[in-house]
Ligand binder design. Structure first.
Ligand code: SF4
Ligand code: SF4
Length: 410
């Protein structure tokens, strides 16, 4: 049980001697639980009560491939006000979207689970594995990115690539996001993207230091206030610069710009890189001229595929690459196996042996792929990490789709 709301309740009750007497009666011991149920409800967890404990959520949850975890149990405890806010379990969900697809009672496990995290965030209760979220959050407040990097360095990745600052009237704003702006591995993806856009003659620009984290993941950790602040600052920059269409590399930016920023009464046209590549190739603006004679498999990022229905464009782009042999893994398209990095898990500790990305790499190697290709910075981070821990760097490469396209247009 969350001790803090209960303590608040007891303080309120003990201030009145009559109520002290009532509180001591066994029947009144339900009062703290009732209050917790209310706290959960006001934080957005009302749908919990619709659950009828069928357990379908647990049967599809990727955690049950590596350890024991029960969303059904979390839902049951929340319904009765018995949630242990200090436990690791409420932080496990990667918001992969598999169980909401299966739930017959529309319990909205993601939104309801975030409600529990909001309570933990409000009280500052973080188990050890979750503590790195506090560092990410402080960096987001100070510098607009979760990586403890300086805001003024946000456009350094683009040095020497003739990338312009966005001005009104340009065809599209390119929004690389935090990981592509700062992470050494992912800066290669940003540079590949700029190379492709230049080659296709796209009239685009970036906002550089005026770009903020999109805020999607910090929202999933329960920090609604920080999400709203980041979102409002981004929206102001977009409006001030006359932005209408935004090209993103991260499915997390895609998801929040497209589905969550409209909560602020704005609507920008959002395009993911995989969709834009598809358009450029079909419009004849990008010619794939070189051979890529490798066996490749595509990993669907949860926030591109399951959450937003983009399954075909990345595959169609890969099929256009001369010499590339595309093969499918089990758990693909709407049943894709999560990499483990969503829901803010990218900043949390996951023990070796409990990382879904290890299973995914093994699946890719089992279908004989030499390259595991995807279209998300979190997936790349998790999969590259597992490539090292599994010691398979010689056996398989992990690439973003833009890196393959860059290789065949040069
Ligand atoms: S699938 Fe839905 S109704 Fe069934 S146990 Fe899970 S949350 Fe409850
Ligand atoms: S959204 Fe995914 S990770 Fe979260 S409980 Fe459901 S199946 Fe498990």
């Amino acid at each position: 049980m969350n001790p803090q709301p209960a303590t608040r309740n007891q303080e309120r009750v003990t201030s009145n001697p009559e109520q002290v007497k009532d509180y001591e009666k066994p029947v009144e011991t339900v009062a703290p639980y009732k209050e917790i149920i209310e706290v959960i409800k006001t934080n957005g967890g009302e749908a919990f009560k619709r659950c009828y404990q069928c357990g379908l959520c647990d049967s599809v949850c990727p955690w049950n491939r590596v350890t024991t975890f029960s969303m059904r149990k979390i839902v049951r405890e929340a319904t009765f006000g018995l949630t242990e806010i200090e436990s690791e379990d409420i932080w496990r969900c990667t918001t992969c979207g598999r169980c909401p697809q299966r739930c017959p009672r529309d319990v909205r496990q993601i939104e309801s689970g975030v409600a529990l995290r909001r309570i933990a965030t409000e009280y500052g209760v973080f188990p050890t594995s979750v503590k790195p979220v506090r560092t990410a959050s402080a960096s987001l407040v100070g510098e607009g990115n979760p990586l403890s990097e300086e805001r003024k360095n946000r456009a350094l990745w683009a040095e020497g690539l003739s990338v312009k600052t966005f001005t009104e009237g340009m065809e599209i704003l390119y929004f690389p996001g935090c990981y592509l702006s700062y992470d050494p591995r992912l800066k290669k993806v940003a540079r590949a993207t700029a190379g492709i856009l230049n080659k296709a003659g796209v009239d685009y620009g970036i906002l550089g230091p005026e770009e903020n984290c999109c805020g999607e993941s910090i929202r999933k950790t329960g920090d609604e206030k920080l999400f709203r602040r980041l979102a409002k600052e981004n929206i102001k920059s977009f409006i001030d610069h006359g932005v209408k269409k935004i090209l993103v590399s991260s499915p997390h930016c895609y998801h929040t710009f497209k589905n969550e920023y409209p909560e602020f009464m704005v609507n920008f046209e959002i395009v993911h890189l995989s969709q834009y590549l598809f358009e450029l190739i079909h419009q004849g603006r990008l010619e794939l001229s070189r051979e890529y004679g490798k066996k490749v498999t595509y990993h669907d990022p949860c926030y591109l595929g399951r959450h937003n229905g983009i399954f075909d464009e990345p595959r169609e782009v890969l099929k256009k690459v001369p010499g590339l042999e595309l093969t499918e893994m089990p758990d693909s398209r709407k049943d894709s196996l999560c990499c483990g990095g969503g829901g803010g898990r990218i900043w949390m500790e996951t023990q070796k042996g409990e990382r879904f990305s290890e299973l995914r790499l093994e699946q890719a190697m089992r279908v004989g792929a030499e390259v595991l290709v995807t279209a998300c910075p979190y997936c790349i981070t998790m999969l590259e990490d597992s490539r090292l821990t599994l010691d398979v760097t010689e056996k398989i490469d992990v690439k973003d789709i833009t890196e393959i396209i860059q290789e065949v247009i040069e």
